[in-house]
Design a protein around this ligand. Structure first.
Ligand SMILES: Cc1cc2nc3c(=O)[nH]c(=O)nc-3n(C[C@H](O)[C@H](O)[C@H](O)COP(=O)(O)OP(=O)(O)OC[C@H]3O[C@@H](n4cnc5c(N)ncnc54)[C@H](O)[C@@H]3O)c2cc1C
Length: 400
C-alpha cells in the first residue's frame, strides 16, 4: 500500500492551487455577491488542461490519472465550489461517460473538443418532477427513421446556460416507462445549435452563486441515432456510471471545502480573544477544530481510495458513494462550525465562511442526497446490493 502522492500528483496539485489563489480567490467574493459566472475562468481552466485532465492524450486530454482529478477538485473547491462544479459536470459526468461509452466517432466529435476546452459540456438527468427518482423522469425520445425526436424539460442543470454539449436522458420505450423499467431509458448527446433546444438560468440560489445552474427545454428536438450514447435502453446504466465519476469529484471537492473551513477557523481562533485568551484555547472551539481536522483526513482517504480503484479499472460505486456521503455531510458540519467560530463576523461576507456555509448545502443534495447515500450504504451492508463488474468501465490508468 502506498500513501504518498507521486511527483505528477504534486505538480497538478500545485498548478491548481496556484491558479485558484492567483486567478480566482481575489475576485470570488465579488463574483459570488453579483451572481456572475465568469467565462474567462473557464477559458483559463481550459488553457491549463484541466477540462481534459484525466482524458487520454489521443482524445485531446492531459492524460493524467483519476487521483489527479480528485486532487484538482480538492484544490478548486478550497477556493470556491463553483470552480469544482465545472470539473464535476464537464469532465466527471459528461466527458468520462463519453470516454467510456462513446463510439470512436462520438469521441472524435464531442470528447476531443471538450477535453481541449473548446466546448463545454453538461449533464441533464433531473427534471421538475423527478430528481432522486431517476426512473420518474418524463422526457421522451421517439424514433423516427434514423433519428429520434426529443421532448421534455431538464432542470437544476449545472452549466445549462454555458454549455455547448448536453448529455440527456429520455424514455425511448413507453411501455417500459409505464412499468418503471429503467431498460426503457436511453442517453443522447445534444448540441446547442439544435432546433427546438433552449436553455435558461435559475436565479436566487442559496449557494454556488458564482456558478451557472439552469434549465433546458426540448421541443421536438431532432437528434440523429449517431448521437445516442450506448445502445437503446442503456441510458440508466450510463446515468449511473456518470454519477460514479461525478460523485468522486463532489467527494474530493467537499474535502477541499473542509480544509478551507479548517484553515479559516484556525486563523481566526488564534486572532480573536475572549475571556482573556485566544478563542482557540477554549475547549469547545478546539472540539470543532478537531472535528474539521479529523473529517478532512477521513474524507481525503476515502476519495483517494476511490481514485486508486478507478486507476485500477475496478468498479467503485460503493466506495465512491461512501466518499461522497461522508465528505459532503462533514463539509456542511465544518462550514456551520466555521461560521460559529467566527461569531457574528462569520455571519457577514467579510469572511469567506458564510459563502462556504451556503455552498456546502448543495453538495449534500446533488448527485444523490444524503438520504439516498444512506440507503445505498445500508443496502450494501445488509447484502441487498452488490457491485458486480460491468461491461463498460473507465479505462485503466496509465492509458494505452
Ligand atoms: C446546485 C445544484 C446543481 C445541480 N446540478 C445538476 C446537474 O448538473 N444535473 C442534474 O441532472 N441534476 C442536477 N441537480 C439536481 C440534483 O441532482 C437533485 O436536486 C437531486 O438529485 C435531488 O432531487 P430533487 O431535488 O428532485 O429532490 P427529491 O428527489 O424530490 O427529494 C426530496 C427529499 O426527499 C428525499 N427522498 C427522496 N427519495 C427518498 C427515499 N427513497 N427515501 C428517503 N428519502 C427520500 C430526498 O433525500 C430529499 O430530502 C443539481 C442540484 C443543485 C441543487
Amino acid at each position: 500500500m502506498e500513501f504518498a502522492l507521486a511527483d505528477h500528483h504534486r505538480m497538478v496539485q500545485k498548478m491548481v492551487r496556484d491558479f485558484g489563489a492567483s486567478e480566482v480567490a481575489p475576485r470570488i467574493r465579488e463574483l459570488d455577491r453579483s451572481q456572475t459566472f465568469d467565462r474567462t475562468i473557464l477559458q483559463k481552466m481550459g488553457a491549463l488542461g484541466l477540462l481534459g485532465l484525466c482524458v487520454p492524450e489521443r482524445y485531446g486530454g492531459a492524460g493524467s490519472d483519476y487521483i489527479s482529478l480528485g486532487l484538482a477538485c480538492e484544490e478548486l473547491e478550497y477556493v470556491d465550489t463553483s470552480l469544482r462544479v465545472i470539473l464535476s459536470v464537464h469532465l466527471g459526468l459528461n466527458s468520462l461517460s463519453l470516454l467510456a461509452w462513446g463510439t470512436e466517432d462520438q469521441r472524435r466529435r464531442f470528447l476531443v473538443p471538450q477535453a481541449r476546452g473548446e466546448k463545454v459540456a453538461a449533464y441533464g438527468l433531473t427534471e421538475p418532477a423527478a430528481g432522486s427518482d431517476a426512473v420518474g423522469i418524463q422526457a421522451t425520445a421517439v424514433r423516427d427513421g434514423r433519428n429520434y425526436v426529443l421532448n421534455g424539460e431538464k432542470t437544476w442543470m449545472s452549466l445549462a446556460d454555458v454549455a455547448d454539449h448536453f448529455l440527456i436522458f429520455a424514455w425511448t420505450d413507453p411501455v417500459k416507462q409505464k412499468q418503471r423499467d429503467h431498460a426503457g431509458l436511453s442517453a443522447f448527446v445534444l448540441t446547442r445549435d439544435m432546433k427546438g433546444l433552449a436553455t435558461s438560468t435559475l436565479h436566487g440560489k442559496l449557494g454556488i452563486r458564482a456558478g451557472n445552474t439552469g434549465t433546458i427545454t426540448m421541443d421536438e428536438v431532432r437528434v440523429s441515432e449517431d448521437n445516442r450514447l450506448g445502445q437503446d435502453g442503456e441510458g440508466f446504466r450510463i446515468a449511473m456510471f456518470a454519477l460514479d465519476q461525478g460523485r468522486y469529484t463532489v467527494a474530493s471537492g467537499a474535502t477541499g471545502l473542509i480544509r478551507a473551513c479548517l484553515d479559516a477557523s484556525v486563523r481566526y481562533a488564534q486572532e480573536r480573544r475572549a475571556f482573556g485568551v485566544p478563542i482557540g484555547e477554549h475547549q469547545l472551539i478546539k472540539e470543532m477544530i478537531a472535528r474539521m481536522s479529523r473529517d478532512y483526513e477521513v474524507s481525503r482517504l476515502l476519495y483517494l481510495r476511490a481514485g486508486w480503484m478507478k486507476n485500477q479499472g475496478q468498479r467503485n460505486t460503493r466506495e465512491t458513494s461512501l466518499a461522497k456521503w461522508y465528505a459532503t455531510v462533514a463539509s456542511e458540519q465544518a462550514a456551520g462550525d466555521a461560521v460559529e467560530i467566527h461569531g457574528a463576523y462569520g455571519y457577514s461576507d467579510e469572511y469567506p465562511v458564510e459563502r462556504f456555509y451556503r455552498n456546502a448545502k448543495g453538495a449534500v443534495i446533488y448527485e444523490g442526497t444524503r438520504e439516498i447515500h444512506t440507503l445505498l450504504q445500508a443496502d450494501y451492508a445488509l447484502g441487498y446490493r452488490e457491485d458486480k463488474p460491468t461491461r463498460v468501465t473507465l479505462p485503466k490508468w496509465p492509458f494505452d
